[in-house]
Design a protein around this ligand. Structure first.
Ligand code: AMP
Length: 278
């Protein structure tokens, strides 16, 4: 496995790879969720490239970039064991050289849901992913359903800007108790980690209700919010029932629906979601 920092090193190594090339962008501190994307890429493609870059432009000044967990040695070992061919670990200077001023804005999708609370987040995501795509030039790129809105934004961007890349969205990998795997789970102390179960518990109860015929958006959302409200250490930021494609909020009777939520558990902001009806 080759590890690179600069784009010229990357270009040289990429030219030696056989196609199709699968690409998995990450911010590092890898877990089974990330590795599930790598496994899928391995299955589909001849070569697999992974990037590790905690992208400053998708963090607001009051968010957790400084403290974002990092363990490059462990990440590299996990990727080596997973059979990855190239790991690209660019520096901030490589990605955003002095004077940098070009941004990608996926206008409508970026404003909804997460965008209400993180107004500059998806501009940072779309920009860095397009830069990573330009540098790596993969045939296929793999993203997790865990970040449902990110997946929608990237799919829109790829269509709008004619990136010749197939986007593959992989299911959420959960801990045995239902909590969605996330690098940010590491911020939780023992009590908070237990409290974090309220997100998936609420979503699974909503799924049960849906399977039993419940179609009222307000009731589905109430089932989710009640689970969070029972939990003393948790504070709901939002719960939404939205169209899975447009992310527009659904009123009244739902058919297919993305139920998504953000919750503060202590000071840690967690997100989770489930798709109903597909
Ligand atoms: P991150 O390092 O958090 O930027 O995540 C890198 C990629 O892994 C993104 O496409 C995420 O959606 C995906 N991912 C993160 N957590 C999970 C999970 N629990 N299950 C599946 N994919 C995930």
């Amino acid at each position: 496995m080759k590890i690179m920092t600069t784009t010229s090193e990357l270009r040289k190594e990429l030219s030696k790879l056989e196609r199709p090339v699968g690409f998995v962008p990450t911010m590092g501190y890898l877990h089974e969720g990330h590795l599930s994307l790598v496994d899928k890429a391995r299955e589909d493609c001849v070569a697999v490239v992974v990037s590790i870059f905690a992208n400053p432009s998708q963090f607001a000044p009051d968010e957790d970039l400084e403290n974002y967990p990092r363990d490059i040695d462990r990440d590299v070992e996990l990727l080596e064991n997973a059979g990855v061919d190239l790991v690209w670990i660019p520096t901030v200077e490589v990605m955003y050289p002095e004077g940098y001023q070009t941004w990608i804005d996926v206008d409508q999708l970026s404003k909804l849901l997460e965008g209400t609370f993180r107004p500059t987040h998806f501009r940072g995501v779309a920009t860095v992913v397009s830069k990573l795509f330009n540098a790596v030039g993969p045939d296929k790129a793999y993203f997790g359903q865990k970040d449902a809105q990110q997946a929608a934004v990237i799919q829109r961007m790829v269509r709008d800007l004619n990136f010749p890349i197939e986007i593959i969205i992989c299911p959420i990998v959960r801990e045995p108790d239902g909590v969605a795997m996330s690098s940010r789970n590491t911020y939780l102390d023992q009590e908070e980690r237990l409290a974090a179960r309220c997100l998936s518990r609420g979503l699974f109860l909503a799924r049960d209700a849906y399977l039993n015929g419940e179609r009222r958006a307000e009731i589905i959302k109430k089932i989710v919010s009640d689970e969070v409200e029972f939990e003393e250490l948790a504070q709901l930021q939002y719960v939404s029932c939205a169209d899975p494609n447009t992310l527009e909020e659904l009123e009244n009777q739902i058919q297919d629906c993305l139920v998504s939520m953000a919750v503060f558990v202590g000071r840690t902001r967690l997100i989770d979601n489930i798709i109903l009806g597909k």
